[in-house]
Design a protein around this ligand. Sequence first.
Ligand code: GAR
Length: 187
Amino acid sequence: MKRAVILASGNGSLAQAIIDEPQLGGQIVAVVSDRADARVLERARTSAIPTHVIEMKSDRKVWDKEILDCVNNLKPDLVISAGFMRILSPDFVQTFPTINSHPALLPLFPGAHAVRDALAAGASETGTTIHWVDQGIDTGKIIMQARVSILPGDNEASLHERIKEVERGLIVAAIKEVLPTLESRHG
Ligand code: GAR
């Protein structure tokens, strides 16, 4: 069974969709968060999935090493960034095959405020992208995308909620596609 680790910072509705998928093709061996109060940790515990919290340090390099060591101990074949609001170090992304779910149609609207930026640009549609994580910010190779219309009267919260409805299905589909292509690194 392939081993996957989820990274998430907040609510964790994407993580929940992944955890709930019976045909994922792999096992979620842990959820790792940078926030001790993240709701995703409760969701993981409810499903008896081990959790780890690596809070940001004043010295960013210390945090980079802590999260790399933590995830390394979990021996993942795949790391899934699902609502994780931190940039991973070059060392991290070179060590673990890592995918990320982003709430826009990359390369449009990279960064932490993708939904707000799409609205501010006056776009008529946006969407969601699952991509490999490289050393840039939301620049890695695209795996899958799905479009979402921007409706008159949408605000950041309403649009983000509609994107996430699509995103939950897309991340699960991407994991199912990607996991069988990865070499099992841990027998
Ligand atoms: C998702 O829309 C995800 O794409 C976004 O956070 C949300 C998490 O929702 N991630 C980013 O913006 C990363 N730059 P959730 O906490 O309900 O799973």
